[in-house]
Design a protein around this ligand. Structure first.
Ligand code: SF4
Ligand code: SF4
Length: 425
């Protein structure tokens, strides 16, 4: 089977051999009520309340949402409006830590007896896609369609990031137990652990530990970006095409991030909700690159200081990878449940943008066969009909077209803007 198109990037996995270390308790955390895709939570606490580790402090009745728990013990000092990196506003709860890290008394392993109690438990633990997208995991694991294949997304194809890789090496048994648990409770026959070929150690360990399990296959993907994108990984591991306007479950597949699976197993054993995040900290402004476990809500500036970052020289801090990550407008903002990396740089790409030379490279690399140069032209004159015909809605913002453009045109950004002028479906 031919794989979908992609580009070769320098992997820069500088931290791949760095074991994860615990980040020291911050003096305060900030918990935005929206760290997931879906409806924001409402705070369940008020200023002055004392909270403990694992206590629920935000929730929402909408099904497409997940609750938020405190990662520290301490006192609520503020509840205020918070603007995230893309400008969306929600409430945020600020908690001053008391240094005791007292555990909330109701923390206990969930009672899981069937699919219903499993889905309820997954919602209650507050987990959402840890690969960066933040899709509520309880929705993903509860499709209406018949599922025959569970794909474990272990591609981690963005440069620099090694947080999933460290989960694979440090918590292999949690991942395999999580797979077994999900597979049995949802009645899924086949499992494919999809890993890029640039992670031979992880592949070797998975192969060794699953050699007697006929239901689990280790699928090695080419080290070509973007293997981890959902539609790409489904096609490249099963040959199935998720058509426009449909979801993976409609082709019998669930794709779940490898760290999410490991966490679900740990939660099933301890009952501690999702409050700690493994993060890769790297970039040329960071003197001591690391993989760390940090409480969700820790201010980014604290983490950068811990990794001896030259704060005065900073030109850009990215949450996530350099291809699909988000530039952070203020380093006092907190990390969220979906922050898998913080990359700090002391220079940025300041090449000038010039006119398109019609080289066709952008179309050559697009996994979905889009023609970004034509979309760019249509967006310039706000030609909605052309944008629809050019299928800009299918763009997943992988950034490959921008990366290869010799004229340095910001094609992926333009696609995002173009989507905002399409009629709502
Ligand atoms: S950003 Fe969009 S148009 Fe560009 S290569 Fe990726 S999917 Fe294609
Ligand atoms: S890669 Fe850049 S220069 Fe080449 S066709 Fe696309 S937009 Fe034009």
């Amino acid at each position: 089977m031919k794989h979908l198109k992609g580009i070769k990037l320098r992997h820069r996995k500088n931290t791949e051999d760095f074991s994860t270390i615990d980040f020291p308790l911050p003096s305060k955390i900030i918990l935005p009520m929206s760290m997931h895709m879906g409806v924001p939570c409402t705070p369940l606490v008020k200023v002055g309340d004392c909270v403990r580790v694992g206590e629920k402090i935000g929730d929402c009745e909408a099904p497409f949402s997940v609750p938020i728990h405190s990662s520290v013990s301490g006192k609520v000092t503020a509840i205020s409006d918070y603007r995230n990196a893309v400008g969306a506003v929600c409430k945020a709860v600020e908690i001053e830590t008391d240094g005791k890290q007292e555990i909330y008394e109701n923390i206990a392993p969930p009672v899981i007896t069937d699919r219903g109690s499993f889905i309820k438990a997954v919602r209650e633990c507050g987990v959402c896609g840890l690969g960066g997208a933040g899709f509520p995991t309880h929705i993903k694991l509860n499709p209406k369609n018949e599922i025959d294949t569970l794909i474990i997304n272990a591609a981690e194809c963005e440069p620099y990031i090694t947080s999933d890789y460290r989960e694979m090496l440090e918590n292999t048994n949690d991942i395999l137990s999580g797979i077994e648990f999900i597979k049995n409770i949802l009645g899924i026959k086949n499992v494919k652990i999809a890993v890029e070929g640039n992670k031979p150690k992880a592949i070797e360990i998975f192969e060794e530990l699953t050699k007697h399990d006929n239901d689990v296959e280790i699928h090695t993907l080419p080290s070509v970006y973007p293997q981890g994108a959902e539609k790409v990984i489904i096609y490249n591991t099963t040959g199935r095409i998720v058509k426009e306007g449909t979801i993976p479950a409609e082709v019998g597949v669930i794709v779940i991030n490898v760290s999410t699976v490991g966490f679900i197993y740990r939660y099933s054993q301890t009952g501690m909700p999702f409050i700690t995040r493994r993060i890769t900290v790297d970039g040329n402004a960071v003197k001591e690159s690391k993989n760390i476990f940090a409480p969700v809500g820790t201010p980014i500036v604290d983490i950068l200081n811990f990794c001896k970052t030259d704060i005065d020289s900073l030109k850009a801090v990215i949450s996530g990878g350099p291809m699909m990550g988000m530039c952070i407008p203020d380093i006092n903002m907190p990390i969220s449940k979906t922050t898998n990396a913080l990359l700090a740089f002391n220079k940025y790409d300041d090449r000038k943008t010039s006119a398109c030379i019609r080289c066709g490279r952008c179309a050559d690399v697009c996994p979905f066969n889009l023609v970004p140069a034509e979309i760019d032209k249509a967006y310039k004159i706000r030609d909605v009909e052309d944008l629809l015909a050019l299928k800009v809605n299918l763009c997943m913002n992988c950034g490959s077209c921008t990366y290869v453009c010799p004229a340095n045109r910001k094609l992926a950004e333009t696609n995002q803007l173009a989507k905002t002028i399409l009629p709502k479906m």
